[in-house]
Design a protein around this ligand. Structure first.
Ligand SMILES: [Zn+2]
Length: 189
């Protein structure tokens, strides 16, 4: 079984505007600015055998403010710019009560099924509590980058930035499943 590193999109892989206490996700391709400084760390994760899976809540799709075609163009750009294996999307808003909008774990459990992931060896990297919370429910490890959106819920590791987050993952670097050594058989009396 493979392991994955799940990455929050907004604020981690692309820049966001901050308005008041909130991050504002880009609304069109021209506003979509990919953080080029994450590429090298991502390539280290890929080289170590991890799948790179992006997760993102985009409620503006459900609200009719963000055309799906525009979002697809952003994600095409993201796939070209960074070594990303898949992008998992919740396009609902909170009132839709779906099971994929983070902090619900639906995107993660769906990925676990589709990619046959070993969640115990998988990680979530984000700057937001919603991802750490979903990671906990989905049974994978969470690395939270310090930000105003950390909340006070469960997380496994707290780090200063993206490079440090990836180093934390690589410290646990066993992304390819090895056959477990069987326990010695109990001697039959
Ligand atoms: Zn959803």
């Amino acid at each position: 079984m493979k392991a994955a590193v799940f990455l929050e999109r907004d604020g981690v892989l692309n820049q966001v505007r901050v308005a008041g206490r909130n991050q504002v996700a880009p609304m069109c391709l021209e506003e979509f600015r990919i953080r080029e400084d994450v590429r090298e760390s991502l390539e280290h994760l890929k080289a170590a055998g991890y799948l790179i899976l992006v997760t993102t809540n985009q409620p503006n799709v459900a609200r009719g403010l963000l055309p799906r075609r525009e979002l697809d163009r952003m994600h095409d750009m993201l796939r070209r710019a960074l070594p990303v294996d898949d992008i998992l999307l919740c396009a609902h808003e909170e009132s839709d009560r779906c099971n994929c909008r983070k902090p619900s774990a639906g995107l993660f459990t769906e990925a676990a099924f589709r990619w046959h992931l070993d969640m115990e060896r998988s990680f979530v990297i984000s700057d937001k509590w919603q991802d750490s919370s979903a990671a906990f429910v989905a049974g994978c490890n969470s690395v939270l980058m310090k930000s105003p959106w950390n909340g006070s819920g469960h997380h496994d590791f707290l780090v200063n930035g993206f490079g440090e987050a990836c180093q934390k993952v690589l410290q646990f670097n066993h992304p390819v499943h090895h056959v477990r050594v069987p326990l010695p058989q109990l001697a039959l009396a």
